[in-house]
Design a protein around this ligand. Sequence first.
Ligand code: SF4
Length: 296
Amino acid sequence: MPVIVRDVAVKSVLTKSNLPVSDYSANPYTGCLHACKYCYASFMKRFTNHPEEWGEFLDVKTWPEIKHPGKYAGKEVFLSSVTDPYQPAEKKYRRTRALLEQLQGHNVKLSIATKSDLVLRDLELIRTFPDARVSWSINTLNESFRAEMDRAASIERRLEAMRVFHEAGVRTTCFISPIFPGITDVPAIIGRAKGICNLVWLENLNLRGNFRGVIMSWIHENRPELEGLYHAIYTHKDMSYWNELDMMMRDYCMSNGLPYVRNDDSMRRDFDAPPVVVNYFFHSEIVRHKKSPCRE
Ligand code: SF4
């Protein structure tokens, strides 16, 4: 499918954020060619009048040089809430890198979320930001399921990028999201990531967007044995799967010497200590409370 790419001039790339984790968010692109089937950000299609399918358009933003980058000193800046700042197009357009260069040296607290290893290109730049944090979303170790759900880097490439950042002394997060009931093996993912990350975030799949039909059809066709479970959770709002997984993770973390907390990643430990596991199963309540539109 051909991808429609446009240049779009915007007044500013940084916007005040209502997310619990950041003061500002920055989206150097509109659209995302990773095209995840469950993308929470696909509502941007409506807001930007794109008739194309999500994953088939990309607006490449340009903005005037940030005049007073010092005003972001001490503020948490999150890249990105509705796109992947290191999707493959970044290799050519370098808009994420341009933004980092404009913010560099101003004591900005940088937080990056991606499903790519292109972020390795900017490792030296990122590590100049004090206390920078980079997270990779991983919700399976099964590459076939991964390829069914997204067009991003393989899981092995994400884990390798996490390892390189961790060994370079940059704080890393393994973002286990979205957790697909009956499919995502959370302990197995933690087992792969726990030596190379400082935080593990757990976030459940929500099906409030218009991708609900896509996911339910995929389950119907590919995992019919799970259809009853998905209807219980997403039609009848039965929370028992999440409550049981919550208890199971509490036990798992206790027996593996990992701190386990709910909705709070403020616990800071030595860089080399085992990661803190944070349960965000119910974080949508917090996000709604803070009137946030979306978080990747
Ligand atoms: S979930 Fe993230 S990586 Fe996937 S399409 Fe959406 S913005 Fe891109």
